[in-house]
Design a protein around this ligand. Structure first.
Ligand SMILES: Cc1cc2nc3c(=O)[nH]c(=O)nc-3n(C[C@H](O)[C@H](O)[C@H](O)COP(=O)(O)O)c2cc1C
Length: 402
């Protein structure tokens, strides 16, 4: 199935959409997904890490999920989930082998970027890395962030960078044990219950690091990390692996997917595909259309090879409902957004509210780019039938070949 440049839908639906946009643009409510179902006939519900979420758009780990105030805004805006900034793992003595990833924040620059396809998009230029503080400070932040979200049932998820050995060096198991157990302790204490969803980040700065030049070494990390996390707290974690974008070719990317799907016991609960690209010349990570083009191309190649992947969470240039739909057709259940929450106000359909609220409004309702009109388009084009009187987002996941 190929998507055209603009969606086709009836005038009557266009008028309904227009009404909803006018009613909500001055202050987008947190329950836009309910409005989409009741007023616009579209059920956006899906899953993240095995949890039900009302629509697919969540916040990706990074500089926009470093404080409780940011999480609070996201919950009020109605984001589907929030992944917190990545913390650097520690052992019980406070030792951390990935210390080099704990640099202090520098200022982010939101810039236009022309992709190799010639298309102009957005990227954020930033030279920081992981959470700058200690694990202890992160645990306090995680606890407060969970408390801020628990009533509204918005999943708030920690993200970790554990030790990754170079060459034949052993894994520092003590960092896996201590950090995972401490995070699970917070999760349980706040009353979240069940296994904790946890993301393990393989970042673009790591992709640019000398140790990632050795593909065999990277595959060894991927083979071992799920088992190390599970051994730390048996059955206590539903692990999402955020896969890096290798500086090397698409085949390396596919080798990583193959390893994670078949040779990394226990099988990860989900994969986040794929973190930002790395510009070796400038020494910075970047996104924009180059990122989504590569991610979608690799996901398509994985399908063509018949790889049975774990559930997928998309990330990378999700700047419209249309891009979310492209990822969904290739099997992604939800999308993790960073850059689109940082655009100039004029880029959004809403005229008031936090950037999270305005961005969500745009991603769902934009008349030419929003997810709701694009689901209507799939119906018009004969690819999607209603179920229980509504068109369901979850019915398009993985349906690229139809
Ligand atoms: C400034 C900045 C900081 C980031 N920090 C992290 C991080 O700590 N951990 C992580 O897993 N991803 C991090 N990311 C990657 C984002 O989570 C996201 O996956 C990526 O930017 C692609 O989404 P986007 O195109 O919407 O920005 C960061 C991205 C940016 C722009």
């Amino acid at each position: 199935m190929n998507l055209p440049g603009v969606p086709t839908y009836s005038r009557a639906l266009g008028a309904k959409l227009d009404t909803v946009i006018r009613q909500t643009a001055g202050g987008p409510p947190a329950d836009l997904a309910d409005i989409a179902r009741e007023e616009l006939g579209v059920d956006l519900a899906t899953q993240y890490g095995g949890m039900r979420i009302p629509h697919p758009f969540g916040k990706a780990s990074g500089q926009l999920s470093c404080t409780v105030a940011q999480v609070d805004d996201d919950v009020r805006a109605g984001l589907a989930f929030v992944v917190l900034k990545t913390v650097i793992a520690e052992d019980a003595t406070g030792g951390r082998s990935m210390e080099a990833w704990t640099v202090r924040d520098t200022k982010m620059r939101v810039e236009e970027r022309v992709a190799s396809s010639g298309r102009t998009g957005w990227t954020v230029t930033w030279t920081g890395r992981g959470w700058h503080g200690t694990l202890g400070e992160y645990l306090a932040f995680f606890e407060a962030a969970l408390a801020a979200a628990i009533e509204s049932d918005v999943p708030v998820i920690p993200s970790v960078k554990f030790h990754l050995p170079a060459g034949g060096e052993p894994f520092r198991v003590a960092e896996y044990e201590h950090t995972t157990a401490q995070l699970l302790g917070v999760w349980t204490r706040v009353g979240c219950g069940g296994a904790m969803v946890l993301e393990k980040d393989f970042s673009p700065t790591l992709a640019g690091d000398a140790r990632a030049a050795d593909l065999e070494g990277v595959l060894r990390w991927l083979e071992n990390v799920p088992g190390l996390v599970d051994a730390a707290v048996p059955d206590g974690v539903r692990l999402g692996i955020k896969v890096m974008n290798a500086v090397a070719d698409d085949d390396s990317q596919l080798a990583m997917l193959h390893t994670l799907s078949h040779r990394a016991p226990p099988r990860p609960a989900f994969l986040v595909v794929f973190n930002r690209l790395f510009d070796r010349r400038r020494g910075v990570a970047f996104g924009g259309w180059d990122l989504s083009d590569r991610n979608l191309r690799v996901l398509r190649a994985a399908r063509e090879r018949g790889m049975a992947l774990p559930p997928l969470s998309a990330t990378g240039n999700i700047c419209s409902g249309r891009v979310m739909l492209e990822y969904a057709l290739l099997g992604c259940e939800n999308g993790q957004v960073h850059t689109f929450f940082q655009l100039p106000h004029g880029a959004y359909t809403a005229s008031a509210g936090t950037r999270s609220a305005r961005a969500l409004h745009t991603l769902l309702l934009h008349p030419a780019e929003g997810l709701v009109p694009w689901l209507w388009h799939l119906h018009e084009a004969g690819h999607l039938e209603p179920s229980g009187g509504v068109l369901r987002f979850r019915d398009v996941i993985g349906r690229i070949d139809e």
